[in-house]
Design a protein around this ligand. Sequence first.
Ligand code: ACO
Length: 323
Amino acid sequence: MEEIIIEGLGSYVPSRIVTNFEISKIVDTNNEWISDRTGIIQRHISQGEDTSYMASKACENAMKMANISPLDIDLIIVATCTPDMFTPSTACIVQKNIGAKNALAFDISAACTGFIYGLDIASAIMKSNKYTHALVIGAENLSKAIDWNDRSTCVLFADGAGAAVLSKSNDKGIIKSLCKSQGENHEFITIGAKDVENPFLEESVSRNKKLQMNGREVFKFATSKIVECIKQILEDENMTIDDIDYIVPHQANVRIIEYAAKKLNISTEKFYTNIQNYGNTSAASIPIALNEMNEKSLIKKGNKIILVGFGGGLTYGASLINW
Ligand code: ACO
């Protein structure tokens, strides 16, 4: 039992849907610009649900699919850049909410690549000790981090959570993971934390705490890394793109996906896209998409799927899954 499989999937998004038209009442934008430049038509926005609440709901659904009890969960990893608090971790709050009292729980910060990092970290921990079941969750409440006066970012981001139950198995599941960082460009996407503040400080500096992004630079980064990751995974596994049934990319911009498809010389149909309904939910976007594909019975046993992400950090990575 030395392989790690995805045994359950679940997601949660707030019921409140916000259309492009509604956003155009807040900032100087319009449906045409948003849908043409990004592919987004609508997004789900929190009505008070915080990250831990959405993550817990997604976990409950994933555990139901895997048919396992919360007491069987040994490890909980929440990938988020919008935690409820600095401490405790969102994962510890999830642990309490779902009653997984035997688990080790912690958060990771890798922005939109968080779910990919989470899969790799959980697999490594599970393989190195006696843990049998893990929950890996991507969960975000980006609506609380957005500058709702900044039209270049507020049209993009949204709220939601997706979760996967990982289990040890004799079958092959997560075949290969690739996780990378490019910290020298960390300033391209930022969400500020607290300022340095204490009674002994001679001069305090106040930084912008809202989400800020250099969209053009991130676009260039994303298009090159998505292609690089997919090529690397295929080369490492001695596979070709024809061996892959689906690519599930981080849902940031439909133009990034179109660009990657062109560079790889494949149809965009190999990429699963649901950004039109959810916007960019950062770490949650890949597990929400994967869960939706499973609910639609698109994925069949034995399918080979590449998950690929990129985002704040800058971070990027990919996982090759045998379903
Ligand atoms: N409505 C109308 N006009 C707008 C809007 C808007 N919402 N936003 C910007 N514009 C204007 C700009 O002001 C600019 O006008 P100008 O030409 O008069 O100066 C024009 O539209 C073009 O702006 P660009 O920024 O060049 O637009 P671009 O085509 O690059 O699209 C976008 C912007 C969608 C942000 C794109 O750059 C992108 O998708 N970048 C990648 C983002 C991403 O992948 N993020 C993932 C990581 S997120 C994370 O990790 C949390």
